[in-house]
Design a protein around this ligand. Structure first.
Ligand SMILES: Cc1cc2nc3c(=O)[nH]c(=O)nc-3n(C[C@H](O)[C@H](O)[C@H](O)COP(=O)(O)O)c2cc1C
Length: 395
């Protein structure tokens, strides 16, 4: 694997091909991931972030084959989460006196996780360190993108922005750069990452992007902490982030349902048919919640202007799969999206009202009373569901 990034900057991270879930089981990683750590060898030698704890020993061993660990002058930790700082304890055993540059919040998160009194040097936006040969590292706090401790680091002369989690993707590859991988896969993973991790922080991100653009930094390379490095037109991902953080939506309506005996599934298909009949342009997607990956569904919601949720009534409420899913949706704090509901019932039929209340509480605009269908839909009920779809399309 080629590891040279530019001049005296090299990649010393780890490709994790078999990772299939991240943050416990909160985030599915169908394509694995990488933990990107970088080594800068100027007059001063700097290590930028590390890798996840299970790879700590391997990381330290590989690094010590590349350089004498005692030549490291500074460690920079852009974000204290264990996927980037997890190898610190193993590394710092070898170099306990080396200063660690990070934000004040990162001191708290690193101490909270590793309970070590390393030589922390707190930095703020605009602080710099001279690393020799006319080059400097400039720090930019990125508070809440996505933890209070996050920051990015800019390397002058080489014009590399080490952006940590921002602009990243969970995408395992031996190719280091964006121009060497499948563009479609890359953007799907970048979008999924944004939708599932960064959506709640869109407001903060918008301001931060404006702040970074105002700094007028020449950015030739964006070196993320997961996935590929953006060297071919790096500003393309910055432009995407500007769009995604601006209440993003496409011309898409997504139906997500769960069912016990398939009545609600039939209703979902008929509503989708009605939407398609009323509007040939709109993209309509129908997803069975219990047969889908929840993070992929969140990505579909991210792209949608309207979301229809379906659940039969059970014990005067909704299926617990749907309740859990709406909890996840609420966490993401989506803006400017519409919703409606549908579901079969036997005798009391509370499910649509329960879903409407939950979705309203999650910040969605409810555009219609839900479609309630008693027992299994017959021909007439199916025609009503098609009409409901046409009405939703017009709403
Ligand atoms: C365990 C169980 C509990 C149910 N509780 C209710 C209820 O409280 N109120 C109601 O109207 N229907 C209730 N039903 C009936 C279902 O809502 C009805 O069978 C519906 O048609 C199922 O839709 P589905 O085919 O999409 O699963 C219950 C059904 C089951 C199996």
């Amino acid at each position: 694997m080629r590891t040279s990034i530019k001049n005296n900057v090299s990649w010393v991270g780890k490709v994790d091909w078999e990772l299939r879930s991240f943050h416990g089981s909160e985030y599915s990683t169908h394509k694995g991931s990488t933990y990107n750590s970088y080594l800068i060898e100027e007059e001063k030698t700097v290590l930028m972030d590390t890798v996840w704890a299970p790879f700590a020993e391997e990381f330290v061993e590989n690094l010590s084959k590349k350089i004498d660990l005692n030549t490291i002058d500074y460690v920079v930790i852009n974000h204290g989460e264990v996927d980037h700082s997890g190898a610190l304890p193993a590394l710092m055993k070898h170099i306990p006196e080396v200063p660690i540059y990070c934000t004040s919040n990162a001191v708290k998160s690193l101490k909270g996780q590793y309970h070590q009194d390393w030589d922390f040097h707190v930095v703020k936006t605009g602080d710099k360190i001279d690393i020799g040969n006319g080059k400097e590292l400039i720090f930019v706090e990125m508070m809440m993108l996505h933890w209070p401790d996050s920051m990015a680091t800019y390397l002058t002369q080489d014009n590399i922005l080490f952006s940590n989690d921002a602009f990243g993707q969970h995408y395992a590859t031996e190719k280091l750069f964006n121009d060497l991988v499948d563009e479609c896969d890359l953007f799907n993973e970048a979008l999924k990452y944004y939708a599932n991790i960064l959506t709640p922080f869109s407001g903060i991100l918008k301001k931060k992007l404006a702040e970074v653009i105002a700094l007028n930094l020449q950015i030739d390379i964006i070196a993320t902490s997961h996935g590929v490095i953006w060297r071919d037109n790096p500003m393309q991902i910055v432009e995407k982030y500007a769009q995604w953080s601006d209440d993003y939506q496409e011309n898409q309506i997504t139906l997500i349902y769960d069912t016990m005996w398939n009545g609600t599934k039939k209703i979902a298909e008929k509503i989708a048919e009605g939407i398609g009949l009323a509007d040939s342009e709109v993209v309509v997607k129908v997803c069975n919640l219990s047969k889908s990956d929840e993070n992929d569904l969140i990505t579909e919601i991210f792209k949608s202007k309207t979301v229809l949720l379906g659940s039969p009534t059970i014990a005067k409420s909704i299926l617990h799969s749907m309740a859990g899913f709406i909890h996840l949706v609420k966490e993401l704090n989506f803006k400017n999206k519409k919703a409606a509901s549908f579901g079969c019932y036997g005798w009391s039929g509370e499910s649509t009202k329960v879903m409407d209340d939950l979705m309203k509480n999650a910040g969605f605009e409810i555009i219609s009373d839900g479609l309630r269908n008693q027992w299994n839909p017959d021909e007439k009920d199916q025609v009503s569901a098609v009409e409901f779809g046409k009405m939703i399309s017009k709403a």
